[in-house]
Design a protein around this ligand. Structure first.
Ligand code: BDR
Ligand code: CA
Length: 313
């Protein structure tokens, strides 16, 4: 079994990803850590605890993480995408359980170090907790088995702004740290997640599933679906956050390139854009490419068999 740590800001598609991870025999979810993003971090924690409670997995610890980016303030979230509660305005009562006292970055570092080479870190929100964990314990880069990130837009436009994807835009400084760390990281940006389109007919089928967690997720999806259908002009939804998990069970459905990546951390209109540079070391000597020099190659997903992924979810 693959040990997973899921860092998340639930979020409707985060909830779907967590449901998927909990349901698969290939995965053993060790903990959820929460971060500001779609909602304030306190609400992200409430939502994570509720998802585990409804799944009958209250044994899995939840640790609360960053309330704001490395620099600056929380931007207020994405209620127009995920609802005021982050869960499609379902307004379910909170779970009777509580988060552990340990901050997210400490728990991440501790769990990874406890099982060297065995833990896959799955990042589904802004990368702030990962940046804090790297500061706390730089040796994590050698201890983690793999890091899979939903975030960025290497070769396509953004979704939060024309330049940037929402998770990266929420903390570009943290993203630049995390993508610059020399660890085995794979980036699942909009390049692929916008090809993982779960059509309305599949959602209608999923809505008929019973069981406390399925019923809850089924009730939260319509809000997010309305957003996707109106604002993105698609039938159904993009399943952004489940995409890196699908990769973990079916890597053959994806195609990758390898490039050093920088994140635009300027306050201008390009803020949050992920920029891949040529990976050829000779080219990186050019003065114009200095900002990328010495950065590790990031494995970037650029192709996906979207409908095959959807059929595995
Ligand atoms: C990402 O932003 C959030 O709104 C989603 O949960 C996903 O993680 C997509 O850009
Ligand atoms: Ca998310």
């Amino acid at each position: 079994k693959r040990l997973l740590l899921i860092d998340t800001d639930p979020g409707v598609d985060d909830a779907m990803a967590i449901q998927f991870a909990l349901g698969l025999p290939q995965f053993d979810v060790q903990a959820l850590t929460t971060v500001f993003g779609n909602v304030a971090v306190e609400l992200a924690t409430t939502n994570a605890l509720r998802l585990l409670h409804l799944a009958g997995r209250a044994d899995i610890p939840v640790a609360q993480g960053a309330a704001h980016p490395l620099a600056g303030a929380f931007n207020g979230g994405a209620a127009f995408v995920h609802g005021d509660d982050g869960q499609g305005n379902t307004d379910y009562p909170p779970a009777p359980t509580q988060a552990v006292a340990q901050p997210a970055a400490e728990l991440l570092a501790e769990v990874i170090s406890r099982h060297p080479g065995q833990v896959t870190l799955v990042a589904l929100g802004p990368l702030t907790n990962l940046a804090h964990a790297l500061r706390l314990r730089p040796g994590l880069v050698h201890e983690v088995a793999e890091v899979v990130v939903m975030g960025g837009n290497a070769f396509c436009a953004g979704n939060a702004t024309p330049a940037a994807e929402a998770n990266v835009l929420s903390d570009p400084d943290a993203a630049d740290v995390v993508l610059g760390a020399d660890w085995p990281l794979t980036l699942f940006g909009l390049d692929v997640t916008q090809q993982v389109n779960m059509p309305g007919a599949v959602l209608d089928e999923l809505a008929r599933l019973t069981g406390p967690l399925s019923a809850y997720v089924g009730q939260m999806v319509p809000f997010y679906r309305r957003f996707c259908e109106r604002m993105r002009q698609i039938d159904g939804i993009f399943v952004h956050d489940a995409t890196p998990l699908a990769y973990l069970i079916a890597p053959e459905l994806f195609r990758f390139v390898h490039h050093p990546v920088r994140v635009d951390t300027s306050p201008g209109i390009g803020r949050g854009k992920t920029w891949p540079a040529p990976s050829d070391p000779a080219q990186l000597q050019r003065p114009a490419l200095r900002p990328w020099l010495g950065r590790p190659n990031v494995k970037i997903a650029v192709g996906v068999q979207g409908s095959a992924v959807v059929s595995r979810l």
